[in-house]
Design a binder for this molecule. Structure first.
Ligand code: GLC
Ligand code: GLC
Length: 652
């Protein structure tokens, strides 16, 4: 059955007119104790209801119980708003008045695991002085919610969104940490793992005991008929762990049931075609926002909507859902921003980015192509990506990174590569060989992740430093190679710090943390090579960060310089970038312009000196610029010669 509605504007007005008196009645007590709060809520509800109604209706309008769920949703929004603390309501106003605050050149992101970085939330609090020293203004704490003991995908199997994983602390600790962060100028970022819950979540437990309501929260099938049909078109995400996208659980239904598990078998995909799931997850999201979370990382966004006959990734339904969640935030926690985690084809990545969907997005293409350029010593693909794919909606921002907790997937576009005569598949195979250290002349020490013998597909694990050559240089080579590795680390960080958007540092990389192979001794990690780049923070190494005779010190000091360069120069605000052709296949070039300031950036990806002709400089800027950064003073005749792996920044 399809329900048509043409006059959304009229119908939405009518619907709100019907619903408001009912809300007022059930919320009478709260309204009388917080009349100003109700007015504010009412105003935002009126402002955004039509859009919310439109997306919610498009997703759920053919349900006989649509109106029931819509009322339930509004009720949940109002409840959450009444619980929103006064200081966060103030933040809401401040952000509404300065909606592009996240584009400032003062922004610097960091990401870490609570336990690995500092033991627990109290430990993280004690590191605030360190975050300030580095200049961090945005801190993503990796999943810290209640999760199964043992294997839990680094916390991405959530058993309760309202409880902190007991060893890390409590929800009260998180709330007070968020407040301390705010006072220190740091925005707290956490994940909303909304594609799936753990199989120990209350809802999953309910489903296991036969509760039909909760069975409707997941996608559970009594036999293989539907799973087989779906699997015809699905990609395998964690083929090492289980083939296909479904897992058999003998205790479901009478004869057992097949549960949709895109990732691990203990991560049950939620069923968003059920509006109750949307409403409950909206409630979880607002609960987190009310603890002081300012940015929600929408985990695995590409997978949340499924439709038979498709690959169930990046479907229009996924976008509608995120838009609806976004409207929920605009109404009941306006300060909240979304960051999309879509590690997919670049054409699909950008579809999640807009003020109405995710204001922020990982930039997996830039990340992958930085590593590609280090391996090939060529910038053609990277430069093309800056020319054609970097500029996004002016009210949004990329989150640019070189490493995070996940593997590196080579998500460049085959069509883009083909325009240089590069075959995408062959090239991915080369990159995998290179970063596993199996290609002649490779400097990298990476590990394969989820190698799929059926497709030959594979991704790469490893820390920034080990992938950039430092591990090999220290263990097998010597000072000259160490120097090159340090330059590689700083070079790619230089790009993310100057390209625009929010740069994100995977904490540990700033002191050149190497791979940690001890994960192999832990049975709950041994099967997942991503743990090689998730070591416990080594505070003895951190203690050497100011000693420029050590490798840690050199990387840290080098990075700090780049951070300062960013923060002192307004040219690095905003997100618009002009790529330039440097007439040298090893040198990346781009220009940043903002607030009447200009910076011109050249990055040499080769281990040899490289020259760019004077006319390139002249085209980049008609005024004389000063050298703001380089590793070894460049030679300016009329042309410019950059030292090996140099990162040159010219500016006014
Ligand atoms: C995201 C996370 C990854 C996790 C997956 C499943 O991609 O970044 O670590 O394995 O989601 O939740
Ligand atoms: C897949 C997913 C991505 C996730 C990754 C985890 O590549 O597309 O979202 O981060 O797996 O390894």
């Amino acid at each position: 059955m399809t329900v048509f509605m043409n006059n959304f504007d009229i119908e939405s007005k009518l619907t709100l007119r019907r619903l408001l008196p009912r809300l007022k009645k059930t919320l009478a007590d709260q309204i009388s104790s917080d009349p100003k709060g109700w007015d504010e809520f009412n105003q935002r509800l009126n402002q955004h209801f039509e859009s919310l109604f439109r997306s919610y209706f498009t997703i759920y309008g053919d349900r006989y119980d649509f109106f029931f769920h819509l009322e339930d949703l509004l009720h949940g929004l109002a409840q959450a708003w009444f619980q929103r603390p006064a200081d966060l309501r103030q933040l809401d106003d401040a952000r509404e008045n300065d909606p592009l605050w996240f584009q400032s050149n003062q922004m610097l992101g960091g990401v870490c695991y609570v336990d690995l970085f500092a033991g627990n939330l109290e430990g993280v609090r004690s590191k605030i002085p360190y975050f300030k020293e580095l200049g961090i203004t945005y801190l993503h704490l990796m999943p810290l919610f209640k999760a199964p003991e043992g294997e839990n995908d680094g916390g991405y199997a959530v058993s309760s969104y309202r409880e902190v994983h007991p060893p890390l602390g409590t929800m009260d600790d998180l709330e007070s940490l968020a407040r301390d962060f705010r006072n220190a100028g740091i925005s707290l970022v956490v994940d909303l793992v909304f594609n799936h819950t753990s199989d120990e979540h209350l809802w999953a437990n309910g489903a296991k005991t036969g509760d039909e309501d909760f069975q409707g929260f997941y996608r559970i099938f009594p036999n293989r008929e539907m799973p087989d049909l779906y699997e015809r078109d699905l990609r395998e995400i964690f083929p090492d762990e289980h083939a296909g996208a479904f897992t058999f659980f003998p205790n479901l239904f009478k004869e057992g049931g097949w549960v949709w598990t895109t990732f691990h078998s203990y991560q049950w995909d939620l069923n968003y075609s059920n509006p109750a799931v949307f409403n409950r997850m909206a409630g979880e999201m607002l609960f987190l926002a009310n603890q002081g979370v300012e940015v929600i990382r929408l985990d695995a966004v590409a997978f949340i909507w499924k439709q038979l006959g498709t690959n169930c990734e990046n479907l229009p339904g996924a976008h509608l859902l995120i838009q609806a969640f976004n409207l929920v935030a605009r109404i009941a926690s306006p300060a909240l921003l979304f960051k999309s985690e879509a590690i997919v084809h670049p054409d699909d990545v950008v579809k999640y980015i807009s003020p109405a969907e995710c204001q922020l997005s990982y930039n997996p293409l830039l990340m992958a192509l930085l590593w590609n350029s280090l391996a090939t010593r060529k910038v053609e693909l990277l430069s093309q990506a800056l020319f054609t794919r970097f500029n996004i909606h002016p009210e949004t921002a990329w989150v640019n990174y070189v490493r995070v907790h996940d593997d590196i997937g080579w998500t460049f576009s085959d069509e883009d590569a083909a325009s240089f005569g590069i075959n995408g598949n062959d090239h991915r195979r080369f990159l995998n060989e290179f970063y596993r250290g199996r290609f002649e002349g490779s400097f990298a020490r990476g590990l394969p992740f989820q190698e799929n013998p059926k497709t030959g597909d594979c991704r790469i694990s490893g820390t920034c430093a080990s992938l950039a050559g430092l591990e090999k240089a220290i263990k097998e080579e010597g000072p000259a190679e160490i120097e090159l590795a340090i330059r590689r680390i700083l070079l790619i960080h230089g790009v993310i710090l100057t390209a625009g958007g929010i740069p994100l540092i995977y904490l540990g990389d700033e002191i050149a943390t190497l791979n940690d192979y001890s994960y192999l001794d832990d049975p709950s990690h041994a099967r997942d090579s991503r743990w090689v780049h998730r070591p416990k923070a080594d505070w003895e190494k951190y203690a050497r960060r100011n000693d420029s005779l050590t490798v840690e010190g050199r990387v840290y000091q080098g990075l700090k310089k780049l951070v300062e360069l960013r923060k002192q120069n307004e040219a690095f605000s905003g997100g618009s970038l002009r790529a330039i052709s440097t007439e040298n296949e090893h040198v990346l070039g781009f220009v940043r312009n903002s607030a009447n300031h200009r910076a011109v950036i050249f990055a040499n990806f080769s281990e040899k000196p490289q020259t760019i002709p004077a006319r390139v400089l002249e085209q980049a800027s008609n005024k004389q610029l000063n050298c703001l950064h380089s590793f070894s003073a460049p030679e300016f005749s009329r042309d410019v010669t950059l030292a090996p792996l140099d990162f040159l920044v010219l500016g006014d």
